[in-house]
Design a protein around this ligand. Structure first.
Ligand code: PLP
Length: 350
């Protein structure tokens, strides 16, 4: 079939499974707690006749709420349908050089997919043996830089100073810091956007804000970067974020106490889980995210993954070089984690 020669062929990103049956779901880093109660009230009071109209194309309900929360100008904020949409837009907008973009070899597995679909050349830089980023790897010629902080799926947090060092060394390319997990104990680079015009910081409502199903992500950067992103977005689809999502997202930002309480609960459960996993013989880099990247010491990770699944406990496993000895375990509620530890105990003791 001749037309097939002209198809844009891509190998798509593989998301974690979303099983229909009820399972203990520790495989996609969702938040085990619901969003703030006031989001329920917003839905109850929503006037469905507002659905007749197109939503605000620049999502200003949400942009203004974010501007207030992060003490920024609305012109410094871009919102998208999940940070996957935001990062995809950023790739299209900023990564148009003939030089390769750079990211770590072990990282979010969507980056190489976007690079391929947009035909952006890329080069991966190996992490150190203890899963750290070597900043010197990111100081040569490049067409752009992206990595998550904390990194995924390792959970390892790098310092703002180290990241600033990389941003400073790259005045001619855009550096994207994907802060999907920053709320679980890391320090954000957001403040640096006022100092560097080549920095874009991306965050999401999917993890710390319990709203993966609503699809909300945002990027912050200087006004010029954001303007360029909006120009690309408005060249493709103006109305990406629906009205309900905009109002629910804005509402969720108001209850700071609920947000901090749930994040702290997850951090407490994570710290407790580190102790239990060590007792069970697992090794892992210290995690500052809502998951732990853990390597069993006796039985293969793949076997444990399959055995857990039989017991209706889902974690994430990749049969890929370097990481095939590890399981990525999302931090759930205390009760879910206790179920996991009990199952792990049974599997490890045959
Ligand atoms: C989860 C995740 C995202 C994407 O989240 P969205 O649900 O699209 O907002 C982006 N980057 C990393 C590293 C992630 O883990």
């Amino acid at each position: 079939m001749g037309w097939e020669n002209n198809v844009r062929k891509v190998i798509p990103y593989t998301p974690g499974e979303q099983p229909k049956e009820k399972v203990i779901k520790l495989n996609t880093n969702e938040n085990p707690y619901p969003p703030a109660r006031s989001v329920r009230d917003i839905l109850d009071n929503f006037d469905i006749s507002d659905m007749r109209k197109y939503p605000p194309p620049n999502a200003d309900i949400l942009v203004n709420a974010l501007a207030e929360r992060y003490k920024l100008k609305p012109e410094q904020i871009f919102v998208g349908v999940g940070s996957d949409d935001v990062i995809s837009m950023a790739f299209m907008t900023f990564f148009n050089s003939d030089k390769p973009i750079l990211f770590p070899d072990i990282t979010y597995s969507f980056y190489d997919v976007w690079a391929d679909v947009y035909r952006i050349p890329y080069e991966t830089k190996p992490l150190t043996a203890d899963f750290r980023i070597n900043p010197d790897d990111y100081k040569g010629e490049n067409g752009g830089i992206i990595f998550p902080n904390p990194n995924a799926p390792t959970g390892v947090l790098e310092s703002v100073d180290m990241i600033e060092d990389i941003i400073k060394a790259n005045p001619d390319s855009v550096v994207i810091i994907d802060e999907a997990y920053i709320d679980f104990g890391g320090k954000s680079c957001i403040d640096l956007i006022n100092k560097y015009d080549n920095l874009l910081v991306v965050q999401t409502f999917s993890k710390s804000r319990s709203m993966a199903g609503m699809r909300i992500g945002f990027a912050v950067g200087n006004e010029k970067l954001i303007k360029y992103m909006n120009d690309v977005k408005f060249s493709i689809n103006s109305y990406t974020m629906n009205i309900l999502t905009q109002v629910c997202g804005a509402e969720a930002l108001k209850d700071e106490k609920y947000f901090t309480d749930t994040v702290n609960k997850i951090i407490d459960t994570r710290e407790r889980s580190k102790i239990r996993l060590k007792e069970l013989g697992f090794e892992f880099p210290d995690s500052m995210s809502n998951f732990i990247f853990a390597k069993p010491n006796k039985i293969s990770a793949e076997f444990i993954f399959e055995e857990l699944k039989k017991r209706k406990i889902f974690v994430r496993y990749w049969n890929k070089p370097i990481i095939r000895d590890y399981l990525r375990i999302t931090i759930g509620t205390d009760e879910e984690m206790d179920n996991l530890f009990e199952a792990l105990g049974a599997i490890l003791n045959g």
